[in-house]
Design a protein around this ligand. Sequence first.
Ligand code: PEP
Ligand code: MG
Length: 325
Amino acid sequence: LTEALEAEAGLPCITRDGHLLPLMLNTGLAADHARALAYGAEGVGLYRTEVQFMMAERFPSEQEQVALYRQQLSAFSPREVTMRTLDIGGDKPLPYFPIKEDNPCLGWRGIRFSLDHPEVFLSQVRAMLRASVGLNNLRILLPMISSVREVEEARALIRRAWVELKQGEGLAVNKPLVGAMIEVPAALFQIRALSERVDYLSVGSNDLTQYLLAVDRDNPKVAGLYSGYHPAVLNALNKIARDSHAARLPVSICGELAGDPAGAILLLAMGYQSLSMNLASLPRVKAAIRRVSVEDARELLKKALSCASTDQVIGHLGVFMNDLG
Ligand code: PEP
Ligand code: MG
């Protein structure tokens, strides 16, 4: 980190014209919370619970999960921690639970696995709820949602876990907010219906880019085609923000695009309410946001949305970022 960025790291993330844009942390396992807090992270926007599962030799017990979740929730308390339920399959295999499929990214992953294995999902949700007793800063996030039925089933299981702990064990558990990830193109057209069933949305731009462009996010042969700056991706992100605003549903983003300064400026202009990113991105995104006004960002967005190609978008962004210094 340069000295200039270091000096700015603890300052608020506010545009030149006074618009506050909270920055959150993407993490998994044990976060470097001291550094995240020093960089002014306002909480955890994405806690990837699958990391603990991927590093274990068997499914972690409920108690093992409680221990890890409790550590995270207390480290960031009173700030919110958004814990995503298990998102395995696709690019995230479990060594002790091999899944053989021809198209793993279109297969049994994320919420699909969880709903087919309610015992795994319930133990995870119970662990989250137990860990949050007395802290109440837990938010639950559901990955790979492509239909409202998945949200309804997941919410019914979450409610069941809550009733078991509250009425069965007499624990003082609060009801957490429950949100859906928007990372499957189908969800783009379901925001109104989703808004009646979730408390917030969080966009996963990594998978959304992969699925919109039909480009494997991890395949080097097609890496040149993978870009969050493709005009189709930008227009999709803009639509999500607009439809969420129209439905009065809080919307944030936790894909890699938010951790790129130029991407963050476009997302600010679209009206995303918070951006979540890896630790290393926090200082440079903050420095960029502190140098723009919402008006300038909106002008840049207008240009980007009307571009015909990724190269054109990147051209505009390059000029803008250069002028920013
Ligand atoms: C995403 O898809 O953008 C996302 C944040 O989730 P992951 O990268 O863990 O799939
Ligand atoms: Mg994803």
